[in-house]
Write a protein that binds this ligand. Sequence first.
Ligand SMILES: Cc1cc2nc3c(=O)[nH]c(=O)nc-3n(C[C@H](O)[C@H](O)[C@H](O)COP(=O)(O)OP(=O)(O)OC[C@H]3O[C@@H](n4cnc5c(N)ncnc54)[C@H](O)[C@@H]3O)c2cc1C
Ligand SMILES: NC(=O)c1ccc[n+]([C@@H]2O[C@H](COP(=O)([O-])OP(=O)(O)OC[C@H]3O[C@@H](n4cnc5c(N)ncnc54)[C@H](O)[C@@H]3O)[C@@H](O)[C@H]2O)c1
Length: 497
Amino acid sequence: MSANRPTEATEESAARAASGGDGAAPDTYDVIVLGGGPVGENVADRVHAAGLSAVVVEHELVGGECSYWACMPSKALLRPVTARSEARRVPGLSDAVAGPLDAPAVLAHRDATVSYWKDDGQVRWLDSVGLDLVRGRARLAGPRRVTVEGGRTLVARHAVAVCTGSRPVLPNVPGLAAAKPWTSREATSAKAVPGRLVIVGGGVVGVEMATAWRALGASVTLLVRGDGLLPRMEPFAGHLVAESLAEAGVFLRTGVEVSEVRREAPGGPVTVLLDTGDEIVADELLIATGRAPRTEDLGLETVGLTPGGWLEVDDTLRVDGVPGGWLYGVGDVNHRALLTHQGKYQARVAGAVIAARARGVPLLETDRWGAHVATADRHAVPQVVFSDPEAAAVGLSAAEAERAGYRIRVIDHDLGAVAGASLYADGYRGRARMVVDLDREVLLGVTFVGPGVGELLHSATVAVAGEVPIERLWHAVPAYPTISEVWLRLLEAFRGD
Ligand SMILES: Cc1cc2nc3c(=O)[nH]c(=O)nc-3n(C[C@H](O)[C@H](O)[C@H](O)COP(=O)(O)OP(=O)(O)OC[C@H]3O[C@@H](n4cnc5c(N)ncnc54)[C@H](O)[C@@H]3O)c2cc1C
Ligand SMILES: NC(=O)c1ccc[n+]([C@@H]2O[C@H](COP(=O)([O-])OP(=O)(O)OC[C@H]3O[C@@H](n4cnc5c(N)ncnc54)[C@H](O)[C@@H]3O)[C@@H](O)[C@H]2O)c1
């Protein structure tokens, strides 16, 4: 692939000066994107579609964490689990799915879903849309300048977008690092089902991986330091998921901390010591306690920033405190919403912003919900936890809305009481909640928990992001007999019908 050469002599000489006089002229692009995950790919695509030249620098696999060690493999492991569980509650079908999952087949399907950890398909896509790719670890080397391991230097005319994502964190527990625990990477790519798996962390990764590996045959213990699961959602979401995990045979222990970890021999059993004095012996230990930004070896100090932290950005995704305003931080790395779809949304915004600034557009649309600001990643973030049952939420929980000072009313409904739910699965258990802003009579947040609710979530996202007045939502008639009829019940309750 050939690099886009500069067209103006002045830019070329500026670029050569920037190369530090090492003789090799740097390759100059309008935009340099660091990291070829879903977010980097989308930034590059948007600026290129707007007529700018762009290069993506990637040191591992194009497609990033999401494609190979996160969203895609985890959902490939989970889909058979939820499909079987639902089928088991459909009369006439339950006997046909009474047996265990075919673990080797599920793992093989996971392997195919991640293209066997090869990125040829994604590289072909970059090529097909006319984006250049440089392989290797990238570092900033002063304003608008990037060096790539192997010696190549790149210079950006307009912008550098940092889209280097995040990595798992290991808590500072004696013996933990030496025990070489699983992180989300091993949990999504393991080649065999461990006999005994201990998972630390009751967030999304902990819950999804407990669901998957238990159903695939592992004996799973889930250790949570708080009092429940999925603490960022409405409390009933964690309760229902915990109840169901317990029924599936997961040992859930809340209110416990890991005080030490011991693994005598590599690959041998691991002993997890708790602050209660208890010890648990397992074959594998998964640490699912959150993420840290991939900014520690990125040359941030060469542009006046501190390495290792999340990138602070404004709503146009521009990094704060960088003279000239040429540096952007998009996706996980800015810590606004660690989700692929939200990162890709930011990428669309950043692409529009970079293109507009490059064209010298005098006034950007920066009002809330304007074309040149990220708004939804603060006010209308949808997330589906692909557990059994699924937990799906958008916007604020009741507690978050209260903390933010809104005058709210909370409406709950039993999802199992909706006709569509009783047809969907025998003994359907689930719940829905909407949080209403009483001053504007719009929805601030909606949560659904129950089988199949992931596909229901977008209706709520439209209502929350669109700030659709309740009065008008009343005219959005859900089809009979679908689970979506819960909307009618929630609205009736609000109206007092
Ligand atoms: C187990 C798990 C399951 C998940 N499931 C979901 C889900 O179902 N839905 C969802 O929306 N989100 C999910 N997420 C979150 C999702 O994976 C992330 O939000 C998403 O990957 C962020 O995309 P990104 O492009 O910002 O970063 P990444 O996907 O991390 O990509 C960053 C890229 O930058 C590259 N890079 C880093 N540093 C450098 C450097 N110096 N030079 C060159 N390249 C570099 C990396 O190699 C990587 O390819 C999940 C996360 C985990 C851990
Ligand atoms: N389906 C999805 O959308 C999906 C799936 C997986 C991951 N993700 C994203 O990936 C990110 C990472 O997920 P995650 O589950 O690692 O993080 P998380 O922040 O969701 O959960 C981490 C949990 O670990 C706990 N914890 C932190 N330190 C601990 C310690 N020392 N000991 C015990 N517990 C500790 C926290 O209290 C928290 O409950 C999340 O932001 C999530 O949005 C999304």
